[in-house]
Every structure is written in structure tokens, then in C-alpha cells.
Design a protein around this ligand. Sequence first.
Ligand code: SF4
Length: 509
Amino acid sequence: MNVLLVYPQIPETFWSFKHALRFVSRQASFPPLGLLTVASMLPLEWNKRLVDMNVTRLADADLAWADYVFISAMVVQQDSARHVMDRCKRYNTKVVAGGPLFRPGYEDFGFDDVDHLVYGEAENILPRLLEDMENGHAAHVYSSPELPDIESSPIPMWSLVHNHRYHMMCLQYSRGCPYNCEFCDIVIMNGRVPRTKTREQVLAELDALYHHGWRGGIFFTDDNFIGNKQKLKADVLPAICAWSKSRGYPFWFLTEASINLADDDDLMQSMVEAGFDTVFVGIESPNEQSLIECNKMPNKGRDLLASVKRIQHHGLQVQGGFIVGFDGDPPSIFRNQINFIQDSGIVTAMVGVLMAPPGTSLYKRLQAENRLLQGGTGNNTDGSTNFVPKMGLEALANGYRHVVTTIYTPQHYYDRILTFLREYQPHGPRRGNFSPRYIRALLRCMWTIGIRERGRRHYWKLFGWTLLRKPRCFPLFTTFAVQGYHCRKVAEGTTRGTQLQPNERRHFA
Ligand code: SF4
């Protein structure tokens, strides 16, 4: 059996970091962890190939070779996924599909599109599908109401991946989140009781990446890394810390966590000691009414600015997610979001328009209020949405455009870096940054941003300040400069195309 694992193209978004990756000669941020895990669950004797369309071309010869194509995709990859499925049909190659795009409620994928649909997590569905495939009577849909215990999840098949094409590698320690935000479909997919891997599994995955030759960043792709704080503090983080120390800190880590991380000094300290230096936090809104409306439990009634600063003081850079378009957003929300982002020193601030994914409480509420629209690309930073906002589509579009064009102007962006660097004290192990790749990236950065870009004086001003006042943070400054360049490019594109119109390719209502 020849199995081709295909990861469709991700369009240009703030998260794609496409314009930044050019500086470090990488083609994508992360490899497709889900498909690599599925590859490890397939029979050993089957032949497997991976085509990640974000780093390589899907050739006709690949499709001709394959007996089965396994596709995994997020909603934002829908156009490319459709294209792949059409090509498979031309070659009469059977398609197995899973991932958020193929969940019920998004699009109806019939037999014409996909031969076998996997609704849910592979660990407890794939064995049945594989058995039926072997026996020649596989069904169209496979699902399971149960969420699997991920202690049985195998190590991803890293042998399918070329390290040099990616900026970071990934590792998943847990699935699920204890909270229940109104707009969030993670809890619909992965549940509210965090399921975790064992310490031995995590160390085995680190070993696998180490032996695959990887050195550099690893993204813990958990929904909320601190969903089970007790186990992290007592068991997993000390083990990662000892592992990293014994190998001379070959990796540094990034993850996603809720803002209540700020309440636990021991946890933050353990994370930093283990090698974590960045955490993405869903801030969503500085407007308390909007947080109450969306049931953002960890953020409600909290001094958000103080919490961000507290995490930063512990040596963790905070990246932030922000949302506009809540019913409770006042007309001043756009200015308030900009002020909060600037004051917090959150350099990587991802601002999106509220979306209502099918199955969420928000979707049900808006359906009952007859406010759902056709539309939604799955990319919450392209200005599209799938419902009628209380403030009106035009006001939301204009406000969103104003926020993203403002926060990524060189002046606002470098001001924010300065705010962050002034207070930031890195406590963790020093990263080995002065590699030939880093030097090349620095030279490209000086040429592209320091000589060719408008607003370059802001770059040089902070370049000098960082070298003199915070030399240890200079590599981080270069990373920020490159990321800012990417975000400016995307913001320019977003604002050219911001329409907040129903998108006819999708049908939610
Ligand atoms: S805290 Fe984050 S992951 Fe958890 S329910 Fe809210 S949005 Fe979803």
C-alpha cells in the first residue's frame, strides 16, 4: 500500500510568517504534526510519503504513485484542500480526510470529494478504518463520541520531514481546555478535561527530535498548556528541565496558555527553567463587558495589563490574541485595543475579527438571533466574518482596518519593542543565536528593513539602543524586526482587501 500524506497550502495570514521566513531561508513555520502522528499509526509495511504543500510541490507523479491520499486541513486551507481532492479524482486515487475542515457543520463533503471521512481524533478511529480498508469494505464516515486517552498516541514519524525547511518543530503534550469561551471550537473538538501525555512520552518525543538532528525552537501545540498545572509543576516541567540541561539546552520552547499563568510564580519559573521563552495568550479584549459576554473566565475581572507585565518579568515574552466585533464592544474599542497593545509591550499582537465557528455557543446564539451570514474563510485576520455584528459591518471593517494598520506602522511597532525590552529580563538559558543562519538573517534584515523600507529610522534607533543597553536581547530584536516586516506586509494586504462581506465560498447559515 502506498500512502501519500498531503498538507494543503496555508494562504498568507499573520500566522503564516511567510515574509519573515525568507530572512531565515525557511519555507514554513511548522511541519504538519497531525499527519506525522497519523503516519506513525499506519501499518509499518505500508510505504509512506509526506507532501507539505507549504514547502514543496504536489507533483502528478506523487498522485499516480499513491493508492491512498490522506489529507489533514484546517478551515483556512479549504481552497487548496479542494484543489487536491479534485486532482485525486482525476487519478482515481482514494482520499481519506480529517482535521477541523472536515468536521460536520463546515462543508458537506460527499463521496465525490472524499472517500473516507474521519470525524474526531485518529487514535480511536483509525484502527477501525484501517481494518475495513484491509478488508475492502471501508465506509464513508468514521467517528467516535469518545475522546481518546492520548497516552497511547505514538511519536510522530519525523523521518518524513526535512528539518531545514521549517522554522520550528512541534510537540503536543495535552489536548483540551478547562474553560468554555463562547466563540471557541477547541472545547467542542477536544473537550474541557485536559488530556495529557506522560512524562516518558514527552521525553521520548524530545529524544526523537534530537536524534532527527533538530536544534532550535519547539512549539508545544497544546490548546492550553497549563490546563493541568499540578502535573506540569510536579512532574513534566522538572523532567524537561533535567533533559534539556543534560544535553546543553538544544531546544527552546513556545506554547499557548491562558492568562492565569500570571497567578502562579512557581509555574512561570519552572517553565523558564525548562527552556520556555515565549507564550501566546488569548487576551481578546480590554473591554470587561466583551469578556463577560464571551465567557472568557480567566480574563474576567482581572487587571490584564498587570498580568501581562508579570509574565514578562518572569522572562517570558507574551504574544497576544485580540478580537474585535463583540456585541459589547463600544465605538471606542478600536482605540482602546491599540492603547492596550502599545502599553502592554506585546510586540506580536494578532488582532482578528470575531467569527462564529459551527457548533460553538456563539454560533447557536447568533443562529437563534437570525444573525448568521454566508461567509468566513477560517482566517480571522483577513477581515471576513460570518455574522452581522451589532456595530454594523462597515463600522467593524473600518475599525479593524484602523487597528491593524496602526499597530504595525514602524513607529508603533518599534515603540512597542522598546516598551517590552525596557522591562524584559531574560532569565532562562541563553540561546545559541550567533549561527551562520542568524548572521545571514541579520544582514538581510539590515538591507531590507534598514535600507529599503520606509520608516527605517525607527529600526536603526532601536538597533543602537538594544546593542548598547540590552545586548543579550539583540537577537530577539532582530527576530521582532523580521516579524514586524511580515505583519506590515500582511496588514497592507488585509486593509486593501478588507470587506467584511459574506464570502460565497462558504455556507454557514
Ligand atoms: S481559554 Fe482559549 S482554548 Fe480555552 S476555551 Fe477559551 S479560547 Fe478556547
